[in-house]
Design a binder for this molecule. Sequence first.
Ligand SMILES: NC(=O)c1ccc[n+]([C@@H]2O[C@H](COP(=O)([O-])OP(=O)(O)OC[C@H]3O[C@@H](n4cnc5c(N)ncnc54)[C@H](O)[C@@H]3O)[C@@H](O)[C@H]2O)c1
Ligand SMILES: O=P(O)(O)OC[C@H](O)CO
Length: 345
Amino acid sequence: MSKKVAIIGSGNWGSAIAKIIGMNVAKNTTVFDQKAKMWVYEEMIDGQKLTEIINTKHENVKYLPGIKLPENIVAVPELDDVVSDADLLVFVLPHQFLPRLLNGIKDKIKKDAVAIHLIKGVFFIDGEMVPISSRIKDVLGIECCTLMGANVANEVAREEFCETTIGYETQEAGEVFFKLFNTKFFEVTIIQDVTGPEICGALKNIVAIGSGFCDGLGYGGNTKAAIMRIGLKEMRGFAMMYSKTVVESTFLESCGVGDLITTCIGGRNRKCGAYFAKTGKAWEVIEKELLNGQKIQGVPCAKEIYEILSTKNLLAKFPLFHTIHRICVGELEPKEIINYKSVNN
Ligand SMILES: NC(=O)c1ccc[n+]([C@@H]2O[C@H](COP(=O)([O-])OP(=O)(O)OC[C@H]3O[C@@H](n4cnc5c(N)ncnc54)[C@H](O)[C@@H]3O)[C@@H](O)[C@H]2O)c1
Ligand SMILES: O=P(O)(O)OC[C@H](O)CO
């Protein structure tokens, strides 16, 4: 039986990945059902429903303007309709919206469905970090893989060559998702590490905010490289401390150093960090002015990681993460980023 795919989320990345999914299910007729439903958080654009616009113009005019989506991607506003008959669930939405959504679908999905998530964030529950894959697995009772990489959505949507990493628990799931996502311009590597990629995907957003501070302050490439290197070291330290299953070579994959580089050069977090350092505006205002409904992930993530480290008395081991959080909440000036070793003492 061919597998039905559900895409849960339709923002900038959700829409870009829907384009790849639409192309690949159309090619792999023996493996996949030919249509994929995409859940859209309904909103009105100039008096018309976004789902209607996507289904007639085949373009997500708000979150991925200028890119045609394949006609086999069907935008659906009712979540139950999207997930109830799906064999493969692709979660791709800002993580703050996930908990409510999971509770709403837990009794609606097929028991043998398999999930993958593309979400760069983590949860902080009762003083502990909870990776998104664990949360999905716990609530839905199904396997959950991760897809993370150096993948700025607009570039992927324009079919510019890049790599990505899929972390799997069972080889079978890794292979089916390889078929769903791999293309000539989106080169997938599968690895047996679910947690390492997703921790990298969340923590790189904090470092990207710090890189943005450097750009906003007019610092050069050497300083930015230093922030990226220190950030990578703290990312690795945090991930290895959190879980014994994290594999060290993961940090050299696209989901590790690759994603860190691209996000610190061309991502939204970087852009917003630079604007913050230049203008001192509130993050909500920056999000509104620069992102047109898209979300900044690095600022809440820096807070969540700060809370975990503070609860565990580990802030001294992660001085860059600590400093970036303190700058984000206005306790320090952006220029203090280079004093990360001493400023928290
Ligand atoms: N954009 C990228 O380049 C990129 C690349 C890789 C990974 N990611 C990650 O993918 C995830 C999704 O990001 P994105 O770029 O697709 O999203 P986005 O920031 O572009 O869009 C926000 C989305 O949230 C939806 N939304 C708004 N309010 C909502 C609500 N109350 N409930 C549910 N949904 C609501 C909007 O409709 C929109 O689809 C994030 O974790 C991000 O870090 C993004
Ligand atoms: O635009 P950002 O900062 O959310 O980063 C985008 C992607 O995560 C890069 O892989």
